[in-house]
Ligand binder design. Structure first.
Ligand code: ISJ
Length: 127
């Protein structure tokens, strides 16, 4: 799904010369591609973390693993520095995602421990 030059122009279209607008649109086309890959990457990450959530619920593991989080955040902050990305921003961004993952894991755990009426005595099925 791509955006049109009109959509990319946004509010700037009324405020800049045509040559400046052309440069801006080229830069925004690149931002569109980057944002699309971010969405795909996040979708894949959440698919992977959902599988972790099901495994944890089935084996009575807690939704959060603070030691793993600390290691992962430290690792990504080092990567961010190497990549000239603000490490504090990288930390905030990862914490934001992890918070959502933990919420999903709590929900999976709650649904795994809720009896499924179609399977008396058995755990609820989670795909
Ligand atoms: C995905 C996991 O669950 C949680 C989410 C994490 C993450 O999104 O990186 C890391 C640790 C856990 O708090 C995991 O334990 O691996």
């Amino acid at each position: 799904m791509t955006s049109s030059p009109d959509q990319r122009a946004g509010d700037a279209a009324q405020h800049v010369d045509p040559e400046v607008l052309e440069d801006l649109l080229a830069m925004r086309a690149s931002i569109d591609n980057i944002d699309a890959t971010l969405v795909y990457l996040l979708a894949e990450r959440f698919k992977a973390t959902q599988r972790v959530g099901v495994l944890k619920a089935r084996h009575q593991l807690p939704p959060a693993d603070p030691a793993r989080e600390r290691n992962q955040i430290a690792r990504l902050k080092r990567l961010a520095e190497d990549a000239q990305l603000d490490p504090e921003f990288a930390e905030k961004f990862l914490n934001f995602i992890i918070e959502e993952v933990i919420r999903h894991h709590q929900a999976i755990s709650a649904s795994e421990s809720t009896p499924d009426p179609s399977r008396p005595g058995g755990p609820r099925e989670v795909r």
